[in-house]
Design a binder for this molecule. Sequence first.
Ligand SMILES: *Cc1c(COP(=O)(O)O)cnc(C)c1O
Length: 379
Amino acid sequence: MDAKTIGKVKIWLSAPHMGGLEQHYVQEAFETNWIAPLGANVTGFEQKLADFLNENSFVAALSSGTAAIHLGLKLLGVKRGDAVLCQSFTFSASANPIEYLGATPIFIDSESDTWNMSPQLLEEAIVASIAEGKKPKAIIAVHLYGMPYKVQEIKNISEKYDIPILEDSAEALGSTYHGVKCGTFGDIGILSFNGNKIITTSGGGALVTKDPEIKEKAIFLATQARDKAPHYQHSVIGHNYRMSNILAGIGRGQMEVLEDRVIARRNNYQFYKEHLQHLGGIEFLEEPEGFFSNRWLTCMLSESYEMREAIRISLSEENVECRPLWKPMHRQPVFEQFKSHVNGVSENLFERGLCLPSGTDLSEKVLSRITNIITKTIS
Ligand SMILES: *Cc1c(COP(=O)(O)O)cnc(C)c1O
């Protein structure tokens, strides 16, 4: 903390927000001595998630969203040397598991209606890959910042070329597309319960499928892939990716307040929009018809990089945490050498965009403190 920020209460970007019942479930785990990566909280949390998503969902609780993507790609048949299409405008955890498997990413830029994977560029990339004799094995599409991607368009392409979708819904629990919950659209969906997500288990994730056998396979791989035998026998390589019964207790408690958290995040967005949009030079992403975002993080776009930086710096000086939008994967040093299909959309968003504090425990007084700083900076 530098001299300027001393005495100013820190405002976090997206702080955990407990509902009250979490400790009850954690206590239960202690009382029954299920201090393990299995138990009543794990199955209870999975059931609550499945009930929330829809009647056809099967959920496997895992140690992280990243682990869920890793297992999901494996279950979709991705192997060493395969090509995987991945949204470029995302957090690196969407893409890292491609590398874990020894596969190669091809990055796809965004369209400007939802900031997610451009269906046009996706198809272009598939056609180009097939022409080179290499059909991609999977598509990783992301509902970034809670805004659903163009589900129908991406699905049409997936079906036309018979390439399955890994739906990264890490940021979109509680979002819907034409009334249907995000997390249920992909051949496999994934969720995250990391500390800054809309609900949290401190760290955790889940794999979502419509096929109970895929759920069983995910759990098998997540628990060291033990064959059915009295001794320890292994025919495939396993992982230690199951969720702890302690953490699942936090998740069970969090599920009871999820709907409230969606309302609170959307209210943050509304507040920022009402107090900043009239200033000129500031814009917010609207929901296309039929799209409902949980508004995990409220993102503002300023008219230039310079204006974005001025706002970012004055917020930081006032001890307010904020963050530029994700730097696209095709521009990351670690991924730069891979193929990409780009149109400039994500690079432009990265230059002009800023994520504002979006926790569900922010009062109007706190939100006003933030909008006042921004107003003062640009006027
Ligand atoms: C958080 C996040 C992940 C990874 O989830 P973890 O639980 O942190 O491993 C993956 N993709 C996106 C888009 C995320 O925001």
